[in-house]
Design a protein around this ligand. Structure first.
Ligand SMILES: N[C@@H](CCC(=O)N[C@@H](CS)C(=O)NCC(=O)O)C(=O)O
Length: 179
Protein backbone atom coordinates (compact mmCIF):
# COMPACT_ATOMS: atom_id res chain seq x y z
CA UNK A 1 0.00 0.00 0.00
CA UNK A 2 2.80 2.49 0.80
CA UNK A 3 4.52 2.19 -2.60
CA UNK A 4 1.08 2.25 -4.21
CA UNK A 5 0.34 5.63 -2.56
CA UNK A 6 3.76 6.96 -3.64
CA UNK A 7 3.18 5.79 -7.22
CA UNK A 8 -0.06 7.78 -7.28
CA UNK A 9 1.71 10.80 -5.75
CA UNK A 10 4.41 10.83 -8.44
CA UNK A 11 1.94 9.93 -11.20
CA UNK A 12 4.39 7.52 -12.86
CA UNK A 13 3.07 4.79 -15.13
CA UNK A 14 3.11 1.41 -13.41
CA UNK A 15 1.51 -2.01 -13.52
CA UNK A 16 -0.03 -3.61 -10.43
CA UNK A 17 0.49 -7.30 -9.72
CA UNK A 18 -1.72 -8.14 -6.73
CA UNK A 19 -0.53 -11.10 -4.62
CA UNK A 20 -3.10 -13.27 -2.86
CA UNK A 21 -1.99 -14.27 0.63
CA UNK A 22 -5.07 -16.54 0.87
CA UNK A 23 -3.73 -18.48 -2.10
CA UNK A 24 -0.18 -18.21 -0.70
CA UNK A 25 1.02 -16.68 -3.97
CA UNK A 26 3.85 -14.99 -2.06
CA UNK A 27 5.37 -18.44 -1.58
CA UNK A 28 5.18 -19.54 -5.21
CA UNK A 29 8.55 -20.12 -6.91
CA UNK A 30 8.02 -17.31 -9.44
CA UNK A 31 7.53 -14.77 -6.63
CA UNK A 32 10.28 -16.22 -4.42
CA UNK A 33 12.65 -15.81 -7.36
CA UNK A 34 11.99 -12.06 -7.12
CA UNK A 35 11.85 -11.81 -3.33
CA UNK A 36 13.22 -14.85 -1.48
CA UNK A 37 11.58 -13.55 1.73
CA UNK A 38 8.14 -14.11 0.15
CA UNK A 39 6.85 -10.70 1.19
CA UNK A 40 5.24 -7.65 -0.34
CA UNK A 41 5.96 -5.06 -1.43
CA UNK A 42 8.32 -5.86 -4.27
CA UNK A 43 8.83 -3.27 -6.99
CA UNK A 44 10.15 -4.37 -10.37
CA UNK A 45 12.26 -1.66 -11.98
CA UNK A 46 12.75 -2.75 -15.59
CA UNK A 47 12.51 -6.31 -14.30
CA UNK A 48 14.93 -5.85 -11.40
CA UNK A 49 13.34 -6.48 -7.98
CA UNK A 50 13.56 -3.89 -5.22
CA UNK A 51 12.25 -4.92 -1.81
CA UNK A 52 11.50 -3.20 1.54
CA UNK A 53 9.01 -0.35 1.84
CA UNK A 54 11.68 2.15 2.91
CA UNK A 55 13.94 1.39 -0.08
CA UNK A 56 11.08 1.48 -2.57
CA UNK A 57 9.81 4.81 -1.22
CA UNK A 58 13.33 6.23 -1.28
CA UNK A 59 13.85 5.05 -4.87
CA UNK A 60 10.55 6.56 -6.05
CA UNK A 61 11.15 9.87 -4.27
CA UNK A 62 14.69 10.21 -5.69
CA UNK A 63 13.65 9.14 -9.18
CA UNK A 64 10.76 11.60 -9.37
CA UNK A 65 12.09 14.69 -7.56
CA UNK A 66 9.37 16.91 -9.03
CA UNK A 67 6.90 15.19 -6.68
CA UNK A 68 8.91 16.60 -3.73
CA UNK A 69 8.47 13.49 -1.59
CA UNK A 70 11.88 13.93 0.04
CA UNK A 71 13.25 17.11 1.60
CA UNK A 72 16.48 18.64 0.28
CA UNK A 73 19.82 18.10 1.99
CA UNK A 74 21.73 15.17 3.45
CA UNK A 75 20.55 15.75 7.01
CA UNK A 76 16.90 15.99 5.98
CA UNK A 77 17.25 12.82 3.89
CA UNK A 78 18.82 11.09 6.89
CA UNK A 79 15.82 12.19 8.99
CA UNK A 80 13.56 10.51 6.43
CA UNK A 81 15.63 7.31 6.63
CA UNK A 82 15.54 7.56 10.42
CA UNK A 83 11.73 7.74 10.49
CA UNK A 84 11.35 4.94 7.96
CA UNK A 85 13.78 2.73 9.90
CA UNK A 86 11.73 3.42 13.03
CA UNK A 87 8.55 2.56 11.11
CA UNK A 88 9.93 -0.70 9.70
CA UNK A 89 11.86 -1.90 12.74
CA UNK A 90 9.73 -0.68 15.64
CA UNK A 91 6.18 -0.01 14.41
CA UNK A 92 5.86 -2.86 11.94
CA UNK A 93 7.49 -5.29 14.37
CA UNK A 94 5.05 -4.19 17.10
CA UNK A 95 2.36 -6.20 15.35
CA UNK A 96 3.97 -9.42 16.51
CA UNK A 97 4.12 -8.11 20.07
CA UNK A 98 0.47 -7.01 20.07
CA UNK A 99 -1.46 -5.65 23.10
CA UNK A 100 0.31 -3.25 25.42
CA UNK A 101 3.64 -3.43 23.56
CA UNK A 102 1.90 -2.55 20.29
CA UNK A 103 0.16 0.42 21.91
CA UNK A 104 3.45 1.54 23.48
CA UNK A 105 5.19 1.56 20.07
CA UNK A 106 2.48 3.71 18.51
CA UNK A 107 2.34 5.95 21.60
CA UNK A 108 6.04 6.57 20.97
CA UNK A 109 5.30 7.43 17.32
CA UNK A 110 2.56 9.79 18.53
CA UNK A 111 5.06 11.50 20.85
CA UNK A 112 7.74 11.73 18.14
CA UNK A 113 5.26 13.28 15.71
CA UNK A 114 3.93 15.74 18.30
CA UNK A 115 2.37 18.94 17.00
CA UNK A 116 3.90 18.68 13.53
CA UNK A 117 1.57 18.57 10.57
CA UNK A 118 3.95 16.27 8.67
CA UNK A 119 6.75 14.09 9.99
CA UNK A 120 9.56 16.15 8.40
CA UNK A 121 7.83 19.52 8.36
CA UNK A 122 6.43 19.05 4.89
CA UNK A 123 4.80 16.04 3.25
CA UNK A 124 7.24 13.22 2.41
CA UNK A 125 7.72 9.47 2.03
CA UNK A 126 8.10 9.26 5.83
CA UNK A 127 4.43 10.30 6.13
CA UNK A 128 3.40 7.59 3.69
CA UNK A 129 5.28 4.91 5.63
CA UNK A 130 3.95 6.05 9.01
CA UNK A 131 0.40 6.31 7.69
CA UNK A 132 0.41 2.82 6.17
CA UNK A 133 1.34 1.24 9.46
CA UNK A 134 -1.11 3.27 11.56
CA UNK A 135 -3.87 2.63 8.98
CA UNK A 136 -3.21 -1.11 9.32
CA UNK A 137 -2.81 -1.33 13.09
CA UNK A 138 -5.32 1.35 14.13
CA UNK A 139 -8.24 -1.12 14.30
CA UNK A 140 -6.09 -3.72 16.08
CA UNK A 141 -4.55 -1.49 18.73
CA UNK A 142 -7.72 -1.14 20.77
CA UNK A 143 -6.51 2.26 21.87
CA UNK A 144 -8.94 5.14 22.42
CA UNK A 145 -8.36 7.65 19.57
CA UNK A 146 -7.76 10.47 22.07
CA UNK A 147 -4.70 8.61 23.40
CA UNK A 148 -3.01 9.05 19.96
CA UNK A 149 -3.98 12.64 19.05
CA UNK A 150 -1.00 13.35 16.76
CA UNK A 151 -1.40 10.07 14.85
CA UNK A 152 -5.16 10.58 14.56
CA UNK A 153 -4.71 14.08 13.10
CA UNK A 154 -2.00 12.78 10.74
CA UNK A 155 -4.27 9.90 9.69
CA UNK A 156 -7.10 12.34 8.88
CA UNK A 157 -4.74 14.55 6.83
CA UNK A 158 -3.47 11.53 4.90
CA UNK A 159 -6.97 10.17 4.26
CA UNK A 160 -7.76 13.52 2.65
CA UNK A 161 -5.02 13.21 0.00
CA UNK A 162 -6.18 12.20 -3.44
CA UNK A 163 -3.32 9.68 -3.84
CA UNK A 164 -4.45 7.92 -0.67
CA UNK A 165 -8.13 7.99 -1.67
CA UNK A 166 -7.26 6.58 -5.09
CA UNK A 167 -5.07 3.84 -3.58
CA UNK A 168 -7.79 2.72 -1.18
CA UNK A 169 -10.37 2.81 -3.94
CA UNK A 170 -8.27 0.59 -6.23
CA UNK A 171 -7.18 -1.79 -3.46
CA UNK A 172 -10.70 -2.13 -2.06
CA UNK A 173 -11.96 -3.07 -5.51
CA UNK A 174 -9.30 -5.82 -5.68
CA UNK A 175 -10.09 -6.85 -2.08
CA UNK A 176 -7.80 -6.79 0.95
CA UNK A 177 -6.27 -10.02 2.26
CA UNK A 178 -4.27 -8.54 5.09
CA UNK A 179 -1.96 -10.95 6.90
N1 LIG B 1 10.42 -5.22 6.26
C1 LIG B 1 9.46 -5.43 5.18
C2 LIG B 1 8.24 -6.14 5.75
C3 LIG B 1 7.35 -6.63 4.66
C4 LIG B 1 6.19 -7.44 5.23
O1 LIG B 1 6.21 -7.90 6.37
N2 LIG B 1 5.17 -7.65 4.39
C5 LIG B 1 4.01 -8.41 4.79
C6 LIG B 1 2.74 -7.63 4.49
S1 LIG B 1 2.62 -6.16 5.46
C7 LIG B 1 3.95 -9.72 4.00
O2 LIG B 1 4.26 -9.74 2.83
N3 LIG B 1 3.51 -10.80 4.64
C8 LIG B 1 3.32 -12.04 3.97
C9 LIG B 1 3.78 -13.19 4.78
O3 LIG B 1 4.32 -12.95 5.87
O4 LIG B 1 3.60 -14.33 4.34
C10 LIG B 1 9.11 -4.09 4.54
O5 LIG B 1 9.13 -3.05 5.24
O6 LIG B 1 8.84 -4.05 3.34
Amino acid sequence: MAPHIALHEIAAPFERRPISFAKKEQLEPAFLALNPEGKVPTLLVDGRPLTEVAAILFYLAKSFPQAKLLPDGVEAEAQAVSWMSFAAATLHAARRLGGEAGRAAFALADKKLGAREWVLGHYSIADIHLFRLYWRFRPLLQAAPETMPALEAHYARMMNRSAVKRTIEVESAIGYELP
